[in-house]
Unconditional design. Structure first.
Length: 174
């Protein structure tokens, strides 16, 4: 049955006027040879842990958001697959990131879920990245997604009072 449908399609194409066949061939050639373009960006307002109690028996947790946006530049159809990575920050290690206050350090890490079991990094070692995709097309040229990043500061770290901070870079690859 499939063979008959294929033959019927070929016969239908052969019956088209030559101008229509040329137009169809030209359209397919343009679509096949045209580079599909998309641009993507990532942004975040940051993540704040608030106050840290050095005597608290439980970890301090918080969450923040990372916004991913991709858009096509007028293409008919674009499938965009992306991956968001996070850098190590000032610690240069995914094992435990550190926030600094002068010479003092406060250990923490960033995770892909509120189970706090998978460190969000660059995919090396035991770290993971967050991935997703958008189907962009002429009538819907922009896609956005909000990813949640989960932060955790382990309990009972003996640090001095002060404001601790770190700079972690979020990067999108598509």
């Amino acid at each position: 049955m499939t063979r008959h449908r294929r033959v019927d399609l070929i016969h239908a194409l052969l019956r088209l006027p030559r101008a229509a066949v040329r137009l169809l061939a030209l359209s397919l050639a343009l679509l096949a040879g045209h580079a599909m373009a998309a641009t993507c960006s990532v942004s975040t307002p940051g993540l704040a842990f608030g106050g840290y109690d050095v005597f608290a028996a439980g970890a301090t947790t918080s969450s923040g958001s990372i916004k991913v946006s991709c858009s096509t530049t007028g293409e008919l159809f674009v499938q965009v697959n992306y991956a968001v990575t996070l850098s190590t920050g000032s610690s240069n290690s995914f094992v435990q990131r550190t926030m600094k206050n002068g010479a003092d350090s406060l250990g923490y890490n960033l995770y892909t879920s509120n189970a706090y079991s998978t460190v969000w990094g660059d995919g090396t070692g035991s770290t993971a990245t967050e991935t997703g995709s958008f189907t962009l097309w002429f009538f819907s040229p922009t896609g956005t997604a909000t990813l949640t990043v989960y932060g955790r500061v382990p309990a009972l770290q003996d640090v001095s009072v002060g404001n601790y901070s770190d700079n972690v870079t979020a990067t999108i690859n598509w």
